[in-house]
Design a binder for this molecule. Structure first.
Ligand SMILES: *[C@@H]1O[C@H](CO)[C@@H](O)[C@H](O)[C@H]1NC(C)=O
Ligand SMILES: *[C@@H]1O[C@H](CO)[C@@H](O)[C@H](O)[C@H]1NC(C)=O
Ligand SMILES: [Zn+2]
Length: 285
């Protein structure tokens, strides 16, 4: 029954999609159709990827990522853009180290999640998917803006954090999730309560282990401009908190075509000839 409904739903959307392509995650707007409209999505260096177990090289010189201005308390803009929940970060926060030759400045962070907690992350680690993944997007300081930066192959440095379900609410996320009722529909935005980026990170946030590879935006137009850092230490969040993300709508309030933002992750892409490095020596279990 459910699959029949889904099928009818897809058919209805074909006529809409034919007029102008609005990319999404399902049916004829989904990831397998992106490349017809955005040629970079068919490139050889696409993201996300599965981080393989073998053939990952330990790179001694990578070291740890250093966070600057992550402890500053700020009010940021939070919005539902129809694809994800996004926080536009005000003020100056940066990352350095971890093999980055220069400062990269924070622009925004956002999330990818599943309809259930069996999947939801974009990257997988040794084949394992996580219920949610957060991307903190930084751009190279010398470019004037993120728009400018995505035209350069070293334009972005994206930090990727996996979530795991824990028994307790993550207090630092509850504060933030309290604002979700103001951004239920696409196009809505509001301000966060005063928050610190540091509180969004795994605990402890010192000496975090990670994987490194060169890839792309995981959404159209899929520019191959991102230095990816995928951390191994997860952030814990409760199942109830994850469910709050699943209540967001991909449509505007005035629309009569209701669709939740769920499973807003792109499937893993072939690694092709790319190298994957790591800043730690041992094997993950
Ligand atoms: C919340 O953030 C504070 C400050 O960074 C930290 O000490 C605390 O452990 C965090 N709590 C949780 C549950 O993440
Ligand atoms: C990413 O690309 C840059 C520039 O081509 C290169 O120097 C670097 O080694 C690449 N990183 C990895 C992990 O392959
Ligand atoms: Zn993302």
């Amino acid at each position: 029954m459910e699959s029949t409904l889904f099928f009818i739903f897809c058919i209805l959307r074909i006529s809409l999609a034919a007029e102008s392509f609005h990319w999404g995650y399902h049916c004829v707007s989904g990831p397998s159709y992106w490349a017809q409209h955005f040629k970079d999505c068919a490139g050889n260096n696409q993201s996300p990827v599965d981080i393989p177990k073998e053939e990952v090289e330990y790179a001694e010189d990578l070291g740890f990522i250093e966070f600057y201005g992550y402890d500053d308390v700020r009010v940021n803009k939070i919005k539902n853009n129809g694809h994800t929940l996004q926080v536009d970060v005000t003020g100056d926060s940066y990352i350095l180290g971890g093999g980055l030759e220069i400062l990269y400045k924070v622009s925004q962070l956002h999330f990818h999640w599943g309809v259930t907690s069996d999947s939801g992350s974009e990257h997988t680690i040794h084949g394992k998917a996580y219920p949610m993944e957060m991307h903190i997007v930084h751009y190279k300081e010398k470019y004037d803006s993120i728009i400018d930066a995505i035209e350069h192959s070293d334009g972005l440095a994206v930090l990727s954090f996996m979530f795991e379900v824990g028994p307790l609410d993550n207090y630092n996320y509850s504060k933030f999730l309290g604002k979700l009722s103001d951004v239920i529909y696409s196009g809505e935005s509001t301000h966060t309560s005063p928050m610190r980026l540091a509180d969004m990170l795994p605990i402890p946030r010192r000496n975090l282990q990670y994987f490194r590879y060169n890839g792309s935006l995981t959404t159209p137009p899929c520019n191959e401009v991102a230095i990816w850092t995928v951390f191994t230490r997860p952030i814990y969040i409760s199942e109830l908190q994850l469910q709050q993300f699943r209540k967001l709508y991909a449509n505007e309030k005035s629309s009569n075509n209701y669709e939740r933002i769920i499973d807003n992750f792109r499937p893993v892409q072939p690694l092709n000839k790319r190298r994957v490095l790591k800043n730690f020596q041992f094997q993950l279990p």
